[in-house]
Write a protein that binds this ligand. Sequence first.
Ligand code: PDD
Length: 296
Amino acid sequence: MDKVYLNGRFLPAEQACVPITDRGLLFADSVYEVIPAYGGLPFRLEQHLARLRRSLAAIRMEDPLDDAHWRAIIAELCADADGEDLSIYIQITRGAYRARAHRIPEPVEPTVIAFASPITARDPRIAEQGITAITLADTRWARCDIKATTLLPNVLAQAEALESGADDAIFVRDGQAMEGTASNLFIVLDGLLITPPNSECLLPGITRDLVLELARDAGIAHAEAAIAESELRRAEEIWLTSSTREIAPVVQLDGQAVGDGRPGPCWRHMDGLFQAAKERIRLAARNRPAEETQDD
Ligand code: PDD
């Protein structure tokens, strides 16, 4: 990361500083987005910006910028991509004020941050060997649908997974599997692809929506339905999806093999569809007229 957008200006990363009284720092009073860009074109930008506005509304904030402004910032961050895949990080905090006080200040002068980081290509071993996960009690708050930076439970769950020798954790709340520490959950059970329905207990993932769309278009039987912990444990396949990790096949859960302990056939099919969708974006990026800044 060498260039950072901060409150209206692009700055070298080392010069981009926020005051220590910023409410994002003091109260995690902020929301964020992570948008993938392939070949220099942001993917599903409209959906990410819509989710950002939804998160802002949920924490009683207005979007400080209009669509055109966001698109211009993202295009600028993508401009140096040189064909590389990027993730664009956006964070809006409720701003910095003289005194630390819980009360929401009037007027609000938000802090707006954006920067790009490379998305490292998927380790080819993942397609062969998959990843491993553990289940953990969902200790998060009751509004996991807001993409807020209150991520300490997610960070600690990820640490617990790594400590126990697994790659990730799946949160279980009231006997139901919800999502990963930074990803949505899919299972294949009795041949049916299932993901939990959107609710206040999980993030409405953009990759999740894409997978559902791809399933529908390819005629793959699927459902949005609650996943009981017992169903998670007898699933033939488990996947975790996100903008940065795409669709990761989980081959071991709490030390037990999922299916035959290898990425399953349904995952292979869906991953092929997903990679083809990505390839279409890269192609659009190569062929786009100069003024075009996104592809949905
Ligand atoms: N996280 N659920 C949680 C808790 C997440 O943090 C994320 C993504 C997702 C998947 O959402 P999407 O498909 O829109 O990326 C689900 C991002 C990548 C992050 O925090 O870095």
